[in-house]
Ligand binder design. Structure first.
Ligand code: SF4
Length: 343
């Protein structure tokens, strides 16, 4: 082990920022990678440049977003170590990320991998037994360093070989944030530049988990694509028939988010002449599903309950040239098709 270079698993949260700083402080060349998918890091996945610029300008960190969508979909379908509270397969997810980080380590001629994990901070994946299991199954064994809590763990190879000075590493444990805030100060991160706690991983949200479960079921025995599960993370969702789903935005913010989901197979729809939600249909037009979609779209717009309106549709929000009349559907009919009734 000679290269003074490491891969850092970077979430954009304070802990991951601190481990990058701690390693740079020891003159280690750090490559921060941020794993992204429809359930976490979606903004970085869709539009990497603003994300990279923010972390460069605010923290001086040059982050590399890495698409983890196919991996997390495969993991959700059958996690060896089960799920957390909802559909979050945290142990298998970590194992998958660490394995991928290990591949990057070899490809980039780095010597070890660092993460911002803290012993006992999270219930499922940061218990000591879970951490040991993750080390064992990733094959990273001796080259996975957790700088924030390293002193609670046996010395790793980079520490034993002197690449990393163990005495400068942390002994943090548990859920408190005091030491991290102090460390942030030490590295010149002002309180107003501390990352705000993001919404976190969407697989931990009950309603989204229900929608994702239903999508996996619909695709059995195959797996859904990233574009399919992305539609489980925004808006109200309706099953129009066994091949076709509809997502209806709930506000202006979701209109913007949906408008970015231009993928093959997505069809955008809205009511032509009155304000209302942007919708995405994914599937096909068999059995009058576009007409049904137009009726639901009408139900959530300003022309709710009024007949004589037309919906336009097309492959992206700027090219909606198809038309279909929007029938007035009653609430019972709409609700019978909705799978996330509380939204
Ligand atoms: S919370 Fe989500 S991103 Fe984090 S380890 Fe669990 S499944 Fe993976």
């Amino acid at each position: 082990m000679t290269s003074k270079k490491c891969i850092a698993l970077y979430s954009g949260g304070l802990d991951s920022i601190l481990v990058v700083k701690m390693m740079q402080d020891q003159s280690i060349d750090v490559v921060p990678v941020c794993f992204c998918s429809p359930f976490f890091g979606m903004d970085a996945l869709q539009d990497p440049e603003p994300f990279k610029e923010l972390h460069r300008s605010r923290y001086g960190i040059d982050v590399h977003p890495v698409d983890f969508s196919h991996e997390i979909i495969r993991i959700i379908s059958d996690p060896k170590h089960g799920y957390g509270k909802n559909l979050n397969p945290c142990i298998d997810c970590k194992i998958g990320m660490f394995k991928k980080a290990g591949e990057l380590m070899k490809a980039l001629d780095a010597s070890f991998v660092v993460t911002g994990e803290v012993l006992g901070q999270r219930p499922m994946s940061q218990r000591r037994d879970a951490m040991n299991l993750i080390i064992k199954e990733t094959g990273l064994k001796d080259v996975l360093l957790r700088p924030l809590c390293a002193k609670h763990l046996p010395p790793t190879l980079p520490e034993r070989e002197g690449l990393v000075r163990r005495e400068l590493l942390g002994d943090i444990a548990g859920r408190g944030r005091k030491v991290q805030i102090e460390l942030a100060k030490k590295y010149g991160i002002s309180p107003d530049a501390l990352p705000t706690p993001a919404g976190g991983c969407l697989l931990t949200y009950g309603q989204i988990a229900d929608k994702v479960r239903s999508t996996f079921k619909r695709f059995q025995p195959c797996l859904p694509s990233p574009a399919d599960v992305m539609l489980d993370t925004i808006g109200r969702k309706f099953i129009l028939d066994d091949k076709t789903v509809l997502v209806v935005s709930r506000d202006e913010e979701e209109n913007k988010k949906l408008s970015r989901l231009v993928f093959p197979g997505n069809v955008f729809m809205k009511i032509a002449d009155v304000p209302g939600p942007l919708c995405i249909i994914r599937g096909d037009d068999s059995g009058g599903s576009y007409e049904k979609a137009a009726g639901i779209c009408l139900r959530y717009g300003k022309a709710r309950g009024k007949s004589g309106h037309t919906a336009v549709y097309g492959p992206d929000p700027l090219t909606m040239t198809g038309t279909v009349s929007a029938p007035v559907l009653d609430d019972d009919c709409c609700q019978a098709l909705q799978i996330d009734m509380n939204t």
